[in-house]
Design a protein around this ligand. Structure first.
Ligand code: SF4
Ligand code: SF4
Length: 114
């Protein structure tokens, strides 16, 4: 049986997820996708995926919705640069971690009161 040709792959190289190692949360910037602007989500159609194509770490999935595996993302910002819909913004990782901790603490405090 002949394998179906992938319309998004014209070169022969396939990137492995996390080519440059596991990142965890040490990146300085975190990419955030606004799915209301992301073309595949808006059109509910396999299209664009330029962020997936250019991510040097292969950490973006090509699907609906487009998702980024932050365990491997280096925060380089290439995805945000190439996104034609300006759907990706690079946010400060430390600010986001502090906000997430504050939300977690509030949730735990709320749970203890009840
Ligand atoms: S910032 Fe974007 S392009 Fe860079 S590693 Fe993370 S997901 Fe990939
Ligand atoms: S490049 Fe932008 S519009 Fe295209 S799939 Fe990625 S996030 Fe969505």
């Amino acid at each position: 049986m002949v394998a179906k040709k992938d319309p998004f792959i014209s070169a022969c190289a396939t990137l492995e997820r996390g080519e440059a190692g596991r990142t965890g949360d040490w990146r300085a910037k975190r990419p955030i996708i606004d799915l209301s602007k992301c073309t595949p989500c808006k059109k509910q159609k396999d299209t664009c995926y330029l962020c997936w194509l250019y991510c040097p770490d292969g950490t973006i999935n090509r699907g609906i919705p487009v998702e980024i595996d932050l365990e491997y993302c280096k925060g380089c910002g290439i995805c945000a640069q190439v996104c034609p819909a300006k759907a990706i913004t690079m946010e400060d990782e430390e600010d986001l971690l502090l906000k997430e901790c504050a939300i977690l603490n509030e949730t735990e405090a709320g749970g203890e009161e009840s």
